[in-house]
Design a binder for this molecule. Structure first.
Ligand code: GLP
Length: 242
């Protein structure tokens, strides 16, 4: 693991954004795996600025998002579909036909998940996968469990995830299920960049980096990937830096 501890969220956004810009400028039809949550927002802002300054174009880029809530209208401001449009896609020159996000409202979730994996495979796999990490060590929505998941699947969200994410659903309508790429899908990405910021991630980061590789901390599997960069701010790195 290539662990890089930087001072501020802005420093991380710049360092991470520059990797994306360099890779996209090398391969204009790159396939990106994208993440939601609060953590990647500064990186998306950095990329939007770079696009506006003519440093990068997303015209030929294909994207696959990690996950989406089930039983939540796409138009709901808390769907990951809305998040991606509002925080990134609407501000750059992405071709909307190349944007892929699992359909959490699909009637047949199993079929939707299998079709999603097939689309990723048909595109030649993900070149760079961006990840955040949950306070319980989840990546995507792969919750701590007894075994590592494989391909895209429908997951029941854990109590800790519901607790962390319910701030976005003040009316109490927090979805209980989601579709998520599995650990196997994530590990197939050629390059992985994970960002963790803030003190709430201290324990998850410590287990991911120093703990045994175990489905009890899904992110620990990244120790087995041979091209992974972990960007941390000083708060999130507090335990591993000791
Ligand atoms: C969410 C998402 C993850 C994200 C994580 C952390 O539930 N499914 O993809 O990385 O939790 O979110 P945040 O960045 O808001 O802390």
């Amino acid at each position: 693991m290539d662990i890089r501890v930087l001072k501020t969220k802005a420093d991380i956004a710049k360092a991470c954004g520059e990797i994306f810009i360099e890779e996209i400028n090398k391969k204009s039809d790159i396939v990106l795996g994208l993440a939601t949550g609060a953590t990647p927002l500064p990186t998306y802002e950095y990329l939007i600025d770079a696009y506006k300054n003519g440093r990068v174009s997303f015209k030929e880029v294909t994207s696959f998002n990690l996950d989406e809530y089930c039983d939540l209208a796409r138009e709901n401001e808390n769907s990951y579909y809305s998040y991606m449009l509002n925080n990134f896609f609407n501000h750059v020159d992405m071709d909307k036909s190349r944007i892929n996000i699992p359909d959490g409202n699909a009637k047949d979730a199993e079929k939707e998940c299998a079709a999603y994996d097939k689309m990723i495979e048909d595109m030649g796999g993900i070149d760079i996968q961006l990840l955040g990490i949950g306070t319980n060590g989840h990546i995507g929505f792969n919750e701590p469990s007894d075994e590592f998941t494989d391909a895209t699947f429908k997951v029941k969200l854990s109590d800790s995830t519901i607790e962390s994410n319910s701030i976005y659903f003040p009316d109490g309508d927090m979805p209980r299920y989601a579709l998520t790429m599995g650990i196997g899908s994530i590990m197939k990405a050629k390059k992985i960049i994970l960002i963790a910021t803030g003190a709430a991630k201290i324990d998850a980061v410590d287990k991911m980096v120093n703990g045994e590789v175990s489905p009890a901390c899904p992110a620990s599997i990244l120790q087995n990937h041979d091209d992974v960069i972990i960007f941390l701010d000083e708060d999130a790195a507090a335990k591993i830096n000791k």
